[in-house]
Design a protein around this ligand. Sequence first.
Ligand code: FAD
Length: 481
Amino acid sequence: MADNEDLTAGSANDKSGHDKSSNVWDIVIIGGGPGGYVAAIRAAQMGARVCVVEKDELGGTCLNRGCIPTKALVASVSVLDQIRQASVFGVEVGEARPDFSRMMAHKQETVERLVKGVQYLFKKNKIALIKGTARLAGAGRVEAKLADGTQVLAAKNIIIATGADPSVFPAFGHDGKQVITSDEALSLSEIPGRLLIIGGGVIGCEFACIFAGLGTKVTIVEAMPSILPMLDKEVSRQLQSYLKRRGITVKTRIKTDTIKKGPGEVTAVLEGGEEIAVDKVLVSVGRVVNTAGLGLGEAGVAATARGEVIVNDRMRTNVPGVYAIGDVTDSKYKLAHVASRQGIVAVENIMGKDSRMDYGAVPNAVFTLPEAASVGLTEDEAREKGLEIRTGKFAFIANGKAISMGETEGFVKFIADAATDRVLGVHIVGPHASDLIAEATLAIRLGATSAQVAETIHAHPTLAEVAMEAAEAVHGLAIHA
Ligand code: FAD
């Protein structure tokens, strides 16, 4: 469907039995990121007439400026790493060097392919798409500002899925050149020689691995006692030592005071006076919700002091017929897969099914080198809840597949309830952690015990056997320990 087509009668999915002659959309979704576009597809599958208003590209932050482009770059760096170790595997190749412009082209091709995929799915599901900036315009109304005018859409239900943008600390003098955010880091034309990353969260650590792998001298400055503070302490400690081994300098418990810009160089002054001169500073200290100009106040939609739209577990706001999903909400999980699930829950409720968000088993993956991933409670969280726990740990270095791949860093750690043996949390640092966490997520969601995971036959030789042996280790029974 062409952008800005007149979106009234007849342009909708006709499986619904809804009144096709009506000019009222069943659902208007503001924002086409992984929250909005997934919600739109599920709504169409369920027979709703649905229209998405997106001001930029379909796929949102995730496809265009987040998950996907970063993973494309991590994949390039992994290839470089592998080639550098090729002789260990009996493969002789010449010197491996990054071709940064080709690497960025690979990233861009990956993004474009996936965005086209979503465009195709919209056509296939007969979802209307308007290119414009939307705002709430009174009960059941959305106004879309188009390139050549405005269009008002009438909607029985509205889903706000406008996401978030990088926080720009004015004090740090963000200029998109010397002081950048993740958005600009994804479109650099040259590999910086020296890079300071303010913030050792997921985004900061992923960029640290990307640029360190390309030869950049990387320093991370983190105010908290450890990088990736949301991870189990043992995992973040181990990962920090791996990052150091990759040549990344990590400074924790210290804040950046000021940034001084000079010709060709920028200097960060840390608390206590230490100065670090670099080519670029990447500020990665969180994200701000996209609600400016959305008309939340006029529409009476309640938000937190930080502007996050307050939702319940059915993704309803306080205004009937207005839902919100994804990064724009007050949910503590700012992840693409959570946004998508919230989109499905919102749509199911709109379509008459009683559906609730279950945050009991939300996997979290960090695409560093090596990766980290977790689900459920950390050891500290379990103890804070007063739970008696047993833990089991198994290292990749004792696993046949990991040894043959030459990727032996890390471990899997299971946390189980001491009384019931139910799996409470699983934490991984090591190869393919982001894939391995799926089994643990299912185990927690289904209320499995660590014994049940241990008794499940795992294919040999696989990295997944490390999870099985960690589950065995909860009972002191890991075979290869
Ligand atoms: P978004 O993806 O931000 O989409 C919102 C959309 O709304 C945008 O397209 C925007 O243009 C549009 N919009 C905003 N306002 C309006 C308006 N008024 N009118 C019309 N359109 C509007 N998460 C993971 O799970 N895994 C990862 O590996 C991962 N890596 C990341 C790496 C980086 C560098 C970044 C920045 C983020 C990463 N994330 C990752 C987070 C993930 O991208 C977000 O959690 C996810 O995109 C949120 O989805 P959303 O649909 O809520 O919002």
